[in-house]
Each structure stands twice: as C-alpha cells, then as structure tokens.
Ligand binder design. Structure first.
Ligand SMILES: Nc1ncnc2c1ncn2[C@@H]1O[C@H](COP(=O)(O)OP(=O)(O)OP(=O)(O)O)[C@@H](O)[C@H]1O
Length: 347
C-alpha cells in the first residue's frame, strides 16, 4: 500500500517562492491504478517525484509497503527504491544500448548473474509484446515500442509500484490506447500498483480505479473514478470531464456565429452534463415546454463505468424571455449551459 501524508514542497529561488505541493494526502491500495490529473504547473510531476524521493518533500510522510521512505538512510532508500519502477513521457532509454541491454541495465546495477539477466529480459520482452526487438537500438523503434522497452526496464526488478509520468503524452491516440491496455494488463497479471499523472481525462477514464484532481498544489478532489464522474464537486473537475470530449462547433456554425444578436437570430448553446441517464428525454421535455425550435447540432456522449457524461451544441429559435427560461430549465436539471453566440435565421 502507498500512503502520502501531508506532503508539502516549496521551491525557492532568489526571486520567488513557488508552493508546488500543499498538504497532499492520499492512499492507494495494492493492485489499484490511481491517476492524478491537473493542468500544467499544478504540481503533478513534483508529486510523483516525491513518491520515490527524486524530489524530497519539505514536510510529510511517504509510506511504501509500511516503510516511511523519509526515515531511511541513503543505503536503505536505494534498496527500497527497487520496489518502485518509473516510466517517463520521453522514455529515457539509452540510445547506445540495444533494447535487451536497456532492459538489463537495472539488473546489471544490482549484480544479477548474466544467466539470470538473460532469462528475465526474455520474459519481460514477451510480457510487453516486443519479443522480436531484442537486438534493435531505440532509434529504430516507434514511440509505442520505446515505451514498451521502458515499461520492461521499469519492471525488471519486480517492483510493487509503477510510477508513470505522463507516459502516453508523446504518443498518438491509437498508440496511447495500446500502451494503456498494456499497463492495465500488467496491473492485473502482476497485481502491480500504478500511480500515474496525466492532463487527459481519457487516460483516467480508460484505466484508473481512482482519481485525484490537483490544482495549484492542492489535491482538491479524489475518489473512485465512477464517484468523481457521477458527482464532480469542483469546477476544475467538471472542466476536465467535459473537455475530455473534445467537441467543437461544426465549421459551418463556427464561420457564421456572432457575439451580438440580430433580429430573429437563433442562439447557440453548449450544454454539458455528467450522470444524466435521461438527458435525451430532458431535451424533449424542454422542446415541448417552450414550443421552441431546438435543434441538436453536435453531441458526444461517453461513459465512465456506468456513468454517462456528455457535451452537446444546440440551436434555439426563441425570444429572449424563452431563452432565459430554457437556460433555467436546463440548469435546474443539472446541465451546465453556456451561450456560445448567435446565428442568422437562415443558418
Ligand atoms: N525545480 C524547480 N524549481 C523551481 N520551481 C519548480 C521546480 N519544479 C517545479 N517547479 C514549479 O512548481 C510548480 C509545479 O510544477 P510541476 O512540474 O510539478 O507541475 P506539473 O503539474 O507537473 O506541470 P506540467 O504538466 O506542465 O509538467 C510549477 O509552478 C513549477 O514552475
């Protein structure tokens, strides 16, 4: 089990002081995948680096399998760190070593015999699905293959915890999916605990059991992925959820939209929601109530476990009074509604 207790970290230079982490506490049970999401500069890297003490917190405790790493001597810390593997956004492979020699490196450093290294490396190459790449150099591999090598290297010393620092941020969507699938597979096969940091809700949704949202060095919200999607408490969490849908206004409307209302213009709204199984019937109800012309112009609905969340653009042909009533009605039904602009009646 991993437990962080009241971790704080401040960076100081002659000119300024940055509080990167402020009293962060979290617990991760063995075999779980915990994702930390936050914007750029929120403190994600500092937090994950505090878990293996690449960064030493100013305050707090870092418990890994019932040992507070901050209490250990350098020699003991080196031993405990073998239980913690880490992978990075840019893979950090040694370009002068072949794939098999990259994977072998941590085992060479702890004096494992050549025979043992050979058999462990073969096992790892197959586990991560690159059995045919043993003799290649990193320069001849795709990004996804490089990350597989990095995962194999991180697993070489049989860690109980894997730290993933934006591990899929440099990969295209299809490769991201395959690396996330691999992480999930390894998590299940080896009962490996995974702590990852990301700025993409899709990563959280796809493989995490639990999520923590970090903002300005503070862990503002955490819980099971399903609970947080069902009932996001913080605006930043709602923003991550709806932005993850990456839905934009169709080009035709984007070109014709204006910020000021001309006579008879229709209003374009962006609606978003989480956990509304009957979102469709709510829209139908609003149409009926206001006898307005409400046209759905783009939508995307996804699921986190059994919880749906979505973003929709609608075009409403109504007078100002009815527009306001429609806005109020959607808000009362827990939609988030934002006016995007106006388009002429002919559009
Ligand atoms: N070594 C350092 N010296 C000074 N300030 C630092 C240092 N490392 C991080 N910071 C500052 O601490 C804050 C948190 O940084 P951190 O890298 O943890 O954020 P992040 O969420 O990982 O951001 P990103 O997604 O952009 O990598 C930022 O304001 C950053 O500028």
């Amino acid at each position: 089990m991993i437990e962080l207790k009241n971790i704080s970290k401040t960076f100081r230079s002659s000119k300024k002081k940055t509080i990167a982490l402020n009293q962060v506490s979290l617990k991760i049970n063995q075999g779980k995948i915990f994702g930390i999401i936050g914007k750029s500069g929120a403190g994600k890297s500092t937090l994950i680096r505090c878990v293996n003490l690449l960064e030493r917190p100013d305050e707090g405790e870092v418990w890994v399998d019932n040992v507070n790493l901050l209490d250990l001597s350098e020699a003991k810390l080196t031993l405990e760190r073998r239980k913690i593997g880490m992978i990075f956004q840019h893979f950090n492979l040694l370009s002068s070593r072949t794939v098999e020699d990259n994977i072998a490196l941590p085992l060479e450093l702890i004096g494992t015999s050549k025979r043992e290294i050979k058999s462990r490396v073969d096992e790892l190459l197959h586990l991560v699905g690159i059995g045919d790449k043993a003799k290649e150099y990193p320069a001849n591999l795709s990004g996804g293959q490089k990350q597989r090598v990095a995962i194999a290297r991180a697993l070489a010393s049989n860690p109980t915890l894997l730290l993933c620092d934006e591990a899929t941020s440099a990969l295209d969507p299809a490769t991201t999916k395959s690396i996330l699938n691999l992480l999930k597979e390894i998590n299940q096969k080896l009962n490996l605990t995974i702590l990852l940091i990301t700025h993409e809700m899709e990563v959280i949704n796809r493989i995490c059991d639990e999520v923590g949202v970090i903002d300005d060095g503070i862990l503002v919200e955490h819980g099971s992925v399903e609970d947080v999607f069902t009932n996001p408490k913080e605006d930043i969490t709602k923003e991550f959820i709806t932005n993850s849908l990456d839905l934009s206004l169709p080009t035709f409307f984007e070109k014709n939209i204006s910020a000021s209302k001309q006579e008879n213009a229709a209003t374009i709204y962006k609606l978003s929601f989480t956990n509304l199984p009957h979102y469709n019937s709510i829209i139908e109800e609003v149409k009926g109530l206001f006898s307005s012309e409400i046209e759905l112009i783009n939508s995307r609905i996804e699921y986190a476990g059994s919880v749906n969340y979505g973003t929709l653009f609608i075009k409403v042909q109504a007078n100002e009074q009815n527009n306001r009533a429609i806005e109020n009605h959607f808000t009362a039904q827990t939609f988030n509604i934002k006016k995007v602009g106006y388009v002429g009646n002919s559009n």
